[in-house]
Design a protein around this ligand. Structure first.
Ligand SMILES: [Zn+2]
Length: 229
């Protein structure tokens, strides 16, 4: 597995198998992990981080889930266990609707059974709303609530480098599906319209490759959505 470095603070790991992409953002002694895959291959991501010394000096980690689907949250317990056993503090963060699903272990919304699993509920320490910020060292990432794929779906915007972590809301060349529990096409259209107004250098999606030309991709997917009317 080859890490894709996005200087100065971000590393992308492409999801293995059904896994979501897994991102690491770090500054000073803090790190943020964005999505954790199904949990089946968590050690592959950890091995890369360890081999490349990405986690050296990290004392506090926040795990943010862009939404509650199992292929994005299934690795949460494994990552937490690994870090806590090494004395690193771990906090979970998500939009409050996603937090609700994770804290209640809502297998219907999480889609755990689709992966032959059941989700063990856990506390989400930071229940965020639209416009709230997540701190990683000196960095401040802003949560943008983007319901549509699920009602708790959210993107994170890092304004210094103009990075947008998009989860399953928008991908390179397509958008998230809306036929799963709590999905809603009209909401997705509004969310994507809102993202289209942002100044984005790189879009970093939950699956697939980096969105390098934000405006062009936005116009393209907008056209796709119009065809669905
Ligand atoms: Zn999803």
């Amino acid at each position: 597995m080859i890490p894709i470095e996005i200087p100065p603070n971000t590393v992308m790991l492409r999801g293995h198998g059904w896994d979501s992409n897994v991102y690491l953002v770090k500054d000073e002694d803090e790190a943020l992990i964005i999505d954790t895959g199904t949990g089946v291959y968590w050690h592959k991501y950890m091995d890369v981080w360890l081999n490349e010394n990405y986690l050296n000096g990290i004392e506090r980690i926040t795990i943010f889930n862009t939404h509650e689907h199992f292929d994005h949250v299934g690795g949460n317990p494994a990552f937490r266990r690994y870090f806590e056993e090494r004395g690193i503090k771990v906090y979970f963060a998500a939009h409050r609707y996603t937090a609700q699903a994770l804290e209640s272990g809502d297998d219907y919304v999480i889609l755990s059974f689709y992966y032959g699993r059941s989700y063990t509920p856990h506390e989400v320490h930071l229940k965020l709303g639209d416009g709230d910020t997540l701190r990683v060292g000196k960095l401040r990432l802003t949560l943008i609530h983007t319901p549509g794929h699920t009602r708790g779906s959210a993107c994170l915007y890092e304004p210094e480098e103009k990075l947008l972590f998009t989860g399953d809301t928008i991908f390179n060349g397509t958008v998230g599906r809306t036929d799963l529990p709590t999905g809603n096409l009209e909401m997705l259209k509004k969310s994507i319209e809102r993202l289209g107004r942002l100044d984005v250098y790189l879009g970093l999606p939950g699956h697939g490759g980096i969105i390098k030309n934000w405006k062009e991709n936005f116009e393209y997917v907008k056209h796709l959505l119009e065809e669905q009317e």
